[in-house]
Design a protein around this ligand. Sequence first.
Ligand SMILES: Nc1ncnc2c1ncn2[C@@H]1O[C@H](COP(=O)(O)OP(=O)(O)OP(=O)(O)O)[C@@H](O)[C@H]1O
Length: 347
Amino acid sequence: MTDHATAPHPAVPSSPSSPSSRYTDGPRLLADIGGTNARFALETAPGQAGLIDVLPCANYPTLADALRAYLGSPKVVAAGVAGLRHAALAIANPITGDMVRMTNHHWEFSIAALRLECGFETLEVVNDFTALARALPHLADGQKQQIGGGAARAHTPLGLVGAGTGLGVSGLIPAGDSWTALLSEGGHVTFSPANETEVAILQYAWRQYEHVSAERLLSGDGIELIYRALAQHAGQAAQELDAPEISRRALAGECALCDRAIEAFCGMLGTVAGNLAITLGAQGGIYIGGGIVPRLGERFARSCFRTRFEQKGRFVNYLAQVPTFVITADYPAFLGVSAVLSEKLGR
Ligand SMILES: Nc1ncnc2c1ncn2[C@@H]1O[C@H](COP(=O)(O)OP(=O)(O)OP(=O)(O)O)[C@@H](O)[C@H]1O
């Protein structure tokens, strides 16, 4: 899949971009690297990211190859961009040192070597959900959809959870006049079933995994696992369906089993989001990102997600107040990556 956007993208709120606000040291490269898709953009002025491309990770042996393909694409070449000095990457991984090995893809690289290979003066590498968390306070009303709860309480933490190839988790903690974004690996917490159907799904998953994390079920592969588990539980034959096809059939009303799988996925996400809300005290709200939920559209809004979010025994009244939002902006991580790079460069 390739996605083209040559104009500054509305996912990135624009600040006035007079020629004088353009970066004097040239455009900056921004990237958001997931287990399935690598998204690239060039930012010419604060909040002005354009020339966006989405490249499938599987088509490139290394991240450097994908990066070169983007920079060599006709539209980037036509834009006359050469000698990029500053770049920042958000990647679906913990960043603990110079070597980065992706959890959900085979790419691995040294940050220092990649910087030299690409000739960048600056190369910042951050966890993708830490970067996305930085974007949350900047999302405009049209870039998020509230699903239940009351008003966000100011000066309280925000939580972030997003299902895609994996399950990303982060939080944003108020710190004086600014925020601290958490580097979390909360997608790997142990899955906790909340009803008998989910116990059956867990038992099915145990045959495959010794440790069933939340990510094993709340991800693209997870939807496929849930579908197979429900088929077995119902004594039906499962078809060979991938996650996009399961959700397509569910949304089209073509397959009752697919619909049950999507409903179970939404319920489990409700439990995980509620756990995050009470763990962080996130009365500023829980934000749902990642590649899957925004594609479910209204099916997600009318699912059991919100009921399950609040279903915490004595904490039901507390959680009923906490708003939950689906991030609907197309490329929200670029906002956060841009903020990280600007902070690094001190401008
Ligand atoms: N319509 C859909 N319904 C359900 N799952 C989908 C749909 N479209 C894509 N997926 C699944 O979403 C996953 C890709 O998610 P996403 O677009 O967030 O990629 P990513 O950013 O590379 O992932 P991550 O950041 O989690 O590593 C794949 O597992 C894919 O099967």
